[in-house]
Design a binder for this molecule. Structure first.
Ligand SMILES: *Cc1c(COP(=O)(O)O)cnc(C)c1O
Length: 424
């Protein structure tokens, strides 16, 4: 069972940093996401410390993967700590810039960058395009030439290694859509060097998410190191290696390698190449810095089991339905009751709207607060209004302060987003 720092029970009642969750619930209603600002900062500083300890002479840039959680309060927190951003769309560039992340700390990944996105990124002056195919490279060259700008590029290399993670979040096997196959990389770089307004700058790799072992990283980095040597012998000036994100977190009982051990792998495989190292962590910065808080609507006794029916559903947090993900589920107030076995479900009209089966939770009744743990990454960002349910608000806590960092919308906002043509 995971324990999340800054989310702890004191005298049976759950606090976020110094604030009782029940106080927040009273003011904002449920469901809501709740983030610990201190946890986010500490996770960032852990990475910084690990890389500066293990690779003291190396220029390292942390580019937070915005897609894990793009809330402006989250991005501003990281911007103030010096973080860059790994983005996958023009929307994420705009988010990162709005939060004060400098353009020259932005790397742009994503398999299908379109022309307006490339133009926007060039005009902003981002640090690097992580190019995922040769056709994309051609388009970047055309747009850069038209704008009379230079595009610094790395190819995202698909090293064909197995990340040993869930199939839907594995990205570094030959069968996945991501990146340029390592066997074709030298041809791709030669092509890049021949194109106008392209500056060959780096090599990029990202093999998947929620990795719990270092071996796949090590294998990928080893292949990348050899490629960098080959590319240099082909005459390319490779000064940046972007080693992606993907380090996992403890959701249940996973034992995750330390950030220091992860940095040591980077040093061992890539340290001798004298490149600037970019890392793109997402989940490992945010995942355990947030939770989703909901209320029990009904306790329903079925033929064979007891259902705890929550006011949060798969539209708010889709990870269990989409990835069979395990999230700890705990009663916010554990002072009165003993554990009981429940299927914990949401209100959405889908059988897949199930957070957990046969789970031990403190005996609960209608109105009690339930926390779904480890929801800071790939939680709010993947939410939808399916079933015309309003997006859950997001709350950030720091010490004894809390703020609504995204408000619950109104039904009018949702309904008025549609329009009816006169001919209907
Ligand atoms: C999603 C993604 C990341 C972040 O992955 P995490 O597992 O959240 O650390 C980093 N780089 C790229 C290119 C990504 O698509």
């Amino acid at each position: 069972m995971t324990t999340q720092k800054h989310f702890s029970h004191v005298n049976g009642k759950m606090l976020v940093e110094n604030i009782p969750l029940s106080d927040i619930a009273k003011q904002v209603g449920t469901p809501f996401y709740c983030y610990s600002n201190t946890a986010i900062s500490e996770n960032y500083k852990d990475y910084q410390q690990a890389f500066s300890t293990v690779l003291p002479d190396q220029d390292t840039l942390i580019c937070y993967a915005v897609k894990a959680n793009g809330n402006q309060a989250v991005l501003s927190t990281l911007a103030k700590l010096g973080s860059g951003a790994d983005v996958v769309s023009i929307g994420e560039i705009r988010r990162a810039r709005a939060a004060g992340i400098p353009a020259n700390k932005i790397v742009y990944s994503g398999v299908a960058k379109v022309e307006p996105e490339i133009e926007y990124a060039l005009n902003e002056g981002i640090f690097q395009f992580n190019v995922e195919s040769e056709p994309e490279l051609e388009l970047i060259s055309q747009v850069a030439t038209r704008l009379n700008k230079e595009a610094a590029i790395a190819f995202r290399i698909n090293p064909d290694v197995c990340a040993n993670t869930h199939a839907k979040i594995s990205t570094g096997k030959a069968e996945n859509k991501f990146g340029v196959p390592i066997s074709k990389a030298r041809i791709a770089y030669n092509r890049a060097a021949s194109l106008p307004n392209i500056k060959v700058q780096g090599v990029d790799v990202h093999i998947g998410s929620q990795l719990t072992q270092l071996a796949p990283f090590e294998e990928a980095y080893k292949r990348i190191a050899q490629l960098i040597i080959d590319l240099r012998s082909d005459g390319h000036n490779i000064s940046v290696v972007d080693i992606g994100g993907g380090l996992g977190i403890t959701y249940n009982d996973e034992v995750i390698p330390s950030k220091q051990a992860y940095a040591s792998i980077a040093k061992k495989q890539l340290g001798h190449l004298n490149c600037k190292i970019i890392i793109e962590p997402g989940r490992s910065l945010l995942g355990n810095a947030g939770i989703l808080v909901s209320s029990v609507v009904y306790v329903k006794t079925g033929e064979e089991r007891q259902f705890l029916i929550l006011d949060a559903g798969m539209n708010d947090m889709i990870r269990p339905s989409m990835y069979e993900a395990h999230h700890e589920i705990v009663a916010v107030d554990q002072s009165q009751t003993d554990l009981k076995t429940y299927d914990v479900v949401g209100p959405v009209c889908e059988t897949g709207d199930t957070f957990a089966k046969a789970r031990q939770v403190h005996e609960s009744k209608s109105g009690d607060l339930i926390a779904i743990m480890s929801c800071g990454a790939y939680g709010a960002v993947m939410a939808s209004t399916y079933n015309t349910r309003m997006l859950a608000p997001e709350i950030m806590v720091k010490g004894s302060d809390f703020a609504v960092v995204r408000a619950r919308p109104s039904y009018d906002e949702i309904i008025n987003a549609d329009s009816v043509p006169s001919w209907v």
